[in-house]
Write a protein that binds this ligand. Sequence first.
Ligand code: DOR
Ligand code: ZN
Length: 351
Amino acid sequence: MTTARSLTIPLPDDWHLHLRSGEMMRAVLPWTTRHFGRAIVMPNLDPPVVTRADAVRYHSEITAALPDGVTFQPLMTLYMTERTEPGDVRAAFEAGDAVAVKLYPAGATTNSAAGVHDIETIYPVLETMEEIGMPFLVHGEVVDPDVDIFDREAVFIEKKLIPIRARFPALKIVFEHLTTSDGVEYVLSCDAYTAATITPHHLVINRNAMLVGGIKPHYYCLPVAKRERHRLALIEAATSGDARFFLGTDSAPHLDSAKESACGCAGIFNVANALGIVAQVFENKNALDHLEAFTSRNGPAFYDLPVSERSMTLIRHELPVPLPDKVDTARGRITIFDPKMDVYWDVGDVD
Ligand code: DOR
Ligand code: ZN
């Protein structure tokens, strides 16, 4: 008989999360606060969180929805537009009302219509961000109709990221939700001003999960999952312990009715089983000693925040653990990411 093993790590943070608002936010928030101490909250609401005042309002909405006694720190972000004011961004950062600004190329994904068409229009904002040390979070995909959707990330690096980096060498950039070996190689070629988040689902699925045996809308997200060799490169990066890679779930809830449709929404809701899945990926790669770097240390170091003083114990069971499969909300069901693999790890005590 083998005994269950356990692993205690500093309480993880989620460096890329969609919390939504209203009823949806209230339904999904407890899944995050159970397992994460802080989260970078994406600003792609409708309408988006553009100004400091928007971020303050959204922050109050989230904290008002926290049950008594729950300590969770939402880290707010601003949605970059072509009209974003450098002065407003500076004031938000200096007051602690926003920790980063997010770039959505216009048309790239959910609620990105107000995003950026011409990257050079935002250079004055980037100049301020570089000066004050405020991270610039990028959805790294081009949207040109003549670029194949599977090449959008690689083309973004060449056409957008390399010029931005050359112009602003000390701007902190987070390449969000990496999906390609090109992205991994790019980050590795940079210095410590460039980092990247990696999602649990991109560590687990390749594009077959979405397309083989019928179209599977619950595996559709953006950037879309790529070929197996890209997934393997992401696993290498995440499990390496390299300080430039950290966990961002990109958990993005949509009602099943919005995903199971002729034009289904992009987004995978995974936050409920994210840590068990990530621990399993690290175990399978024999890299559990690097797990806490990825989940709990590299992110705070990049954002100049302290590592959590709280802790989480992960339990390794002898048999695969049953994973939650759905959340019911007043407006309908949300399917939780099914990794289609055995997961023996589960979250135990959080102190
Ligand atoms: O799959 C995604 N869903 N990718 C994004 O970039 C946005 C997100 C959402 O908000 O649903
Ligand atoms: Zn996202």
